[in-house]
Design a binder for this molecule. Structure first.
Ligand code: NDP
Length: 272
């Protein structure tokens, strides 16, 4: 049986073991996938210990994605562009890093039949999650991609790293004269029941609002978006399943079906 895990802190409520176990059942793969709670200063040691125990690969979540990048002997282009690693593979004494968050988001948006080409897209937030989705979104050729962050300098730093004439940084206040076809909340504000302080004018009756956070109840951001008359609201549970499917594919060379696993996960979330 091949060993996999997810490293994080906190990690207790991670849905990844359930998702990967379902993928393994569905594809006939013999794997064991567990959570590993890691002390904030002990990430490298935890990874090396897991490799010594025979680990074949791992996911990495908050707050270790940037540290994971530093630990790798080799990284994919998308991990380099994201500046963060969420998928590690341990191959021939080498640590290989990738980032599947961006492809996971795009896959989920496509599952919802959301077109991105020529659309005006707003990303709120400029942390690791936002970094990971910029390049995959740019590939889909939106007419405009704006990154707005509470701390403007972080959004500006991301824009400076990309060579795109359609990509702009903005403060929250400067958004008041603009509206968007798709708004992606890539902040962690919903986890604390808080709303990013963006002007309501960004939402029209044609706007789709996506929150990368998922919870048992509708997130405060999606509640607010609904009140402003958004056309459609979507949480990040589908992204979670899709990014996991891509990690599974990297490790096992077989792409699992995601729709049934997402239904099961949604039911589990509601019942908890
Ligand atoms: P980071 O800690 O790297 O970044 C947090 C971001 O949220 C920063 O831009 C920060 O702004 C902003 N922020 C936090 N609180 C507030 C607030 N009250 N008002 C406005 N902005 C706020 O986190 P990540 O980027 O790694 O993750 C962001 C979220 O995305 C997390 O909740 C995570 O769970 C989720 N996520 C979901 C995935 C999925 O598969 N569904 C995958 C990856 C992440 P500032 O810079 O000003 O501090």
């Amino acid at each position: 049986m091949d060993l996999y895990c997810v490293f994080g802190n906190p990690i207790k409520h991670s849905r990844s073991p359930f998702i990967h176990q379902q993928f393994a059942l569905q594809t006939g793969q013999n794997i064991d996938y567990q959570t590993k709670l890691v002390e904030l200063t002990a990430f490298e040691k935890a990874v090396k210990t897991f490799i010594a125990q025979g680990g074949k690969g791992a996911n990495v979540t908050v707050p270790f994605k940037e540290q994971a990048l530093q630990l790798c002997d080799q990284i994919s282009v998308r991990a380099q562009q994201a500046g963060a690693v969420n998928t590690l593979s341990f191959i021939d004494n080498r640590i290989v890093g990738d980032n599947t968050d961006g492809i996971g988001l795009i896959a989920d948006l496509k599952n919802h039949n959301i077109s991105l080409m020529n659309q005006r897209i707003l990303i709120i937030g400029a942390g690791g999650a936002a970094k990971g989705i910029i390049q995959p979104l740019l590939i889909e050729k939106p007419s405009l991609l704006v990154i707005a962050n509470r701390t403007l300098e972080k959004a500006e730093a991301i824009v400076a790293q990309h060579n795109s004439s359609n990509l702009f940084a903005s403060s929250y206040a400067a958004l008041s004269q603009q509206s968007f076809d798709l708004i992606i909340n890539a902040t962690s504000a919903s986890l604390s029941g808080l709303l990013p302080d963006i002007p309501a004018q960004v939402i029209t009756c044609n706007t789709i609002c996506y929150d990368m956070v998922y919870q048992q109840e509708i997130t405060v951001f999606l509640q607010w978006a609904k009140q402003q008359g958004a056309k459609k609201i979507i949480d990040g549970l589908g992204m979670l399943v899709e990014q996991a499917a891509e990690s599974f594919y990297i490790w096992r060379g077989v792409k699992p079906q995601t729709d049934e696993v997402l239904i099961q996960l949604r039911n589990k979330l509601i019942m908890n």
